[in-house]
Design a binder for this molecule. Sequence first.
Ligand code: PEP
Ligand code: MN
Length: 337
Amino acid sequence: MIIVLKHDATQEQIDHIIDRIKGLGLAVHVSEGKEKTIIGAIGDESVLAEQPLEILPGVEKVMPILKPYKLVSREFKADDTIIDIEGIKIGGREVQVIAGPCSIENLEILQETASMVKAAGARFLRGGAFKPRTSPYAFQGLRDEGLKYLLDTKKKVGLPVVTEVMDPRDLELICEYTDIIQIGTRNMQNFRLLTEVGKTRKPVLLKRGLSSTIKELLMSAEYIAAEGNDKIILCERGIRTFETATRSTLDISAVPVLKEETHLPVIVDPSHAAGRWDMVPPLAKAAIASGADGLLIEVHADPERALCDGVQSLKPEKFDELMKVLRKVAEAVGRTL
Ligand code: PEP
Ligand code: MN
């Protein structure tokens, strides 16, 4: 249920409304918008049937949220959520690019790649330390050692970092090293993991599940938001379809659909969608043209020697060329990059 407050509601009235909602066993989430402050009462709403909140002083109106996702819906918050990470804003007018290798392999390659993507205009560095590999025999990531390399590189190159968490047992450690926690496609519906990540206050990059609908993606985001963490960036990274020409099928329609349904920032990962480097530029351009707030792109200083996802990784020179074109696309749709 959404409780819209009168514009002149006093703090005392607001506190009283919050106490009443909590007293009914519902969770309270306050959203201060440009025009209105609204309170979300989330939980078993049937208790409200007997306890009308309309009569409380300071309340303008009470409305049900019709969508199954509540806190992440546009109904709950009309204004775009803008996530500020070390002064870089995701979800605002500026399109942000996150770039770097699939996995952290050694300090030299990571630092070389990081300096090059930074020079080309990327604002965040990506790199996996814990890798979700299909085969248990494939390179699984450098784990703790990789996290140290990531932080060293952040300090040396000066880019905030993104890395994936696969298991709640690693979450505390990963939070010490990263600026954004990534939840990968295979874990989008790992509800225990979502809940634990929701208890932190770190920004979360939530990737769409390989076979998940947009609604399921939003329900997963709701798990994180329900724990009080509303710094969620959604990522369309391609879904599994009958098509085999590309690794996954980039669902470009997900961008405008998500922008309509939710206030959260939406980014696109053309690298995992394409599965081949030469398809990354056209998909990246389409993503920005369709309204994405950012991109997640795999770049490797030496893709031929990459231990993971080399075929889809751009060489730094190609990434630099792409960034120049993307700037023009961003400008054409009223954004900056
Ligand atoms: C990744 O970003 O390296 C990754 C494993 O992505 P996804 O979860 O989308 O496959
Ligand atoms: Mn990868």
